[in-house]
Ligand binder design. Structure first.
Ligand SMILES: *Cc1c(COP(=O)(O)O)cnc(C)c1O
Length: 412
């Protein structure tokens, strides 16, 4: 018998020695109370462990239900709902790159980091992007928007519903969409942070494209996102002659998978299953109850933070409820606070791209009363540990008072 001629050869790149995840991950999972990703419900986590045939009959049924549920969440009857393998920004790029190209006039209402991202994506596809620059902590007035639309005659207007970066809520959305519509422009809305946390009515408000990510209001995993196009927007997608430079994000190719049970690329099946469960939980709760839960929890948290003696960043009139921004006390940095609260209290919160604030998310599963108490307590303790004077008992009491509606009546 010939002996094996396979002689082991040392690989050019040596096999690495790494730590196991058990060694890297904290013993107790951190409570994710930052600006996303957010905690996921058990049903979402379970779905995310499953792999099925991406082109089989089960997947076709799942995709059909995802689209049906997404239509409810977007409040649209448009057929043109699609999923995207990628972050919220991939859905954003799908909207921009399919609707805008060389020379398209785009007006971007810019009031922070994420609204600027839409402008940047427009520039990258060669569009003629103008921005309506709004001061930090403010929203564009309808007069400013009307003026900018008259001046720029845009074919597309982009707006973010909740500017997560500086925690500003663009409460004029419906009227901005109406102004754009009247001028013949399509309206793209970034609802990554806000979808299912506050009202957004795609059809009734005349919105042409809505984008969202998985890991925020919907409480799904990051990496699978959703987009909806109106009929008018879809007609523009179909009518374009210039090919889209993005192959993965080409909506006409994505239609193969999302509408014709065909192949585009291998869909992130586990993530789509997770999204299915996240959407199913939204439907089980209903939008009305979900909005009410978010409002109640966010206002209570805001009252608790104020009672600690800390200042909220955004003015009340345009304050976003889905993510709460808190001014950092003198002498501290956002990094000090986020690091300490994570290490000492196993609660994650966020800084914000250079602004002097920390942010606590109020999206999906973050809006649970027990999470609010733990987070507010951890924030208050962190401030005390770091030498900032806050009134922790007053903060916790204000949170409780707000959540219980002012006066707790004991059942007899
Ligand atoms: C988080 C966020 C994004 C970006 O989402 P990614 O999933 O990080 O790409 C865009 N817009 C808004 C308003 C966001 O909150």
């Amino acid at each position: 018998m010939p002996t094996s001629s396979i002689t082991p050869v040392a690989s050019a790149v040596p096999c690495p020695v790494v730590e196991s995840l058990d060694a890297i991950l904290p013993e107790e999972p951190l409570l994710m109370m930052g600006a996303g990703p957010v905690p996921i419900p058990a049903a979402v986590a379970k779905a995310n462990t499953i792999v099925i045939n991406h082109l089989g009959g089960t997947m076709v049924k799942v995709i059909g239900q995802v689209k049906t549920m997404a239509r409810y969440v977007f409040q649209t009857n448009s057929k043109w709902v699609l999923g995207v393998a990628g972050p919220g920004s991939a859905a954003m790029e799908m909207a921009i790159s399919n609707l805008a190209w060389e020379g398209t006039r785009v007006l971007s209402i810019k009031n922070g980091f994420f609204s600027e991202r839409m402008a940047e994506m427009g520039r990258r596809v060669g569009a003629r992007v103008s921005t309506l620059d709004v001061d930090d902590g403010a929203v564009a007035s309808l007069e400013q928007v009307a003026e900018a639309i008259r001046r720029e005659r845009p074919e597309i207007v982009t707006v973010v519903q909740g500017e997560t970066s500086n925690t500003v809520w663009n409460y004029h959305l419906k009227d901005i969409a109406a102004l754009a519509k009247a001028a013949g422009a399509l309206v793209i809305i970034d609802a990554v942070c806000t979808l299912s946390t506050m009202p957004l009515e795609m059809d009734a408000w005349g919105i042409d494209a809505v984008i969202t990510g998985g890991q925020k209001g919907l409480s799904s995993i990051p990496g699978v996102s959703l987009i909806a196009f109106s009929d008018a927007a879809w007609a523009r997608v179909k009518g374009r002659t210039a090919p889209n430079a993005h192959w993965c994000l080409d909506a006409s190719l994505a239609e193969n998978f999302w509408h014709n049970a065909g192949y585009h690329y291998t869909a992130p099946v586990s993530g789509v299953l997770a999204l299915h469960e996240a959407l199913r939980l939204v439907c089980a709760e209903t939008l009305e109850k979900r909005f009410a839960r978010h409002l109640k929890c966010s206002l209570a948290l805001q009252e608790g933070i104020a009672a600690l003696g800390l200042n909220l960043y955004a003015p009340p009139a345009c304050r976003l409820n889905s993510v709460v921004g808190i001014e950092v006390p003198k002498g501290l940095s956002p990094g000090d606070i986020c690091g300490h609260i994570s290490r000492q209290h196993q609660v994650e919160i966020s800084g914000s791209f250079g602004l002097p604030i920390v942010r606590i998310g109020q999206m999906g599963e973050q809006c649970r009363e027990h999470n609010l108490f733990r987070t507010l307590h951890a924030l208050g303790r962190t401030m005390l540990d770091l030498g900032a004077a806050v009134d922790l008992p007053a903060g916790v009491a204000a949170l409780e008072k707000s959540l219980s509606g002012g006066a707790r009546v004991l059942a007899r």
